[in-house]
Design a protein around this ligand. Structure first.
Ligand code: BJW
Length: 235
């Protein structure tokens, strides 16, 4: 981060759960309904693009109908009102942090509302359903337009910037993530090793709870606004 060492916040699907969007690994989560190997790998897209496009078309429609909740709003308020820098690194592909007003935001696993050309690497805003007939506006090829999503085996976005911010921050907070997916799950350990305080806010203890100095468990819409009030009150 460029200014005073600040707060880095990693968010996951749990922060959007109370907006009505499914998590992945809870009992009623997405991975209980579809297999990762069928929808969230480059190989799945090569094998059955219509199935993968259908999965993300459904997710994009659901995200478009959802609204930011109290946790998203509190994090946007923190960025506006905190004296130091606040950076949100989200694993979520929905746009609820953006719509709540967060601006210092990295979508490390991509975005539903963005398209990626598998041929030339161009990325551009996308809102409706996606089909195999769509063409890239830069290279004009069709059959190469895919959801701008980081699938298993692919490199998450902006890792250099994320790792630099984690090294430099005074406080690292993880919200609504199971700690099952790397490299995101390794960031709390890296922050702690670099001397940051670390805090987990999650419905239940995550897989990486032992890497946090402090953990609070409950719904994000309760925990996050209460924590933001504490930070802004200087407690
Ligand atoms: C609530 C709540 C409420 C519920 N309030 N809380 C070791 C090191 C490095 C890599 C690997 C490794 N071992 C294996 C790997 C490879 C792999 C990986 O991690 N596999 C694991 C299964 C082990 N990782 C990759 O392939 C990644 N790329 C990569 O590693 O590149 C090489 C590289 C190496 C080193 C450095 C840099 C790069 C890419 C991972 C891509 C993940 N993609 C997905 C799907 C696409 C997006 C989409 O379709 O939406 O991203 S998987 C899925 O999991 C999605 C999520 O972003 C991600 C994390 O899930 P999340 O957000 O934590 O959700 P859940 O459901 O797991 O948890 C929700 C939590 O919320 C729960 O705890 C609930 O209790 C809680 N909750 N309601 C508060 N109301």
């Amino acid at each position: 981060m460029n200014g005073a060492p600040g707060i880095v916040i990693l968010t996951g699907a749990g922060v959007s759960a109370e907006s009505g969007l499914s998590t992945f690994r809870d009992a009623d989560g997405l991975w209980a309904k579809v297999r990762i190997e069928d929808v969230a790998t480059p190989e799945a897209y090569a094998r059955d693009p219509d199935k993968v496009l259908g999965f993300y078309n459904m997710r994009r429609r659901n995200a478009g109908e959802a609204a930011p909740n109290a946790a998203h709003r509190a994090l946007a308020r923190l960025e506006r009102e905190a004296p130091g820098e606040v950076l949100i690194v989200t694993q979520n592909v929905d746009d609820l942090h953006d719509r709540a007003g967060s601006r210092a935001l990295i979508h490390m696993h991509g975005e539903l509302m963005s398209a990626l050309c598998a041929a030339c690497g161009h990325r551009w805003a996308w809102t409706g359903d996606m089909s195999r007939d769509d063409a890239c506006p830069r290279c004009a090829r069709s059959g190469v337009v895919r959801p701008d999503i980081v699938w298993f085996g692919e490199m998450p976005y902006q890792m250099d910037r994320i790792e630099a911010a984690v090294e430099d921050c005074a406080l690292f907070v993880s919200i609504g993530t199971s700690g099952a997916v790397y490299p995101a799950a390794g960031l709390s350990m890296a922050a702690r090793a670099a001397g940051a305080r670390t805090l987990e806010l999650n419905l239940e203890p995550s897989e990486t709870v032992s890497s946090f100095e402090e953990a609070r468990h409950g719904p994000a819409s309760d925990l996050v606004p209460a924590w933001v009030d504490e930070v802004l009150a200087g407690r």
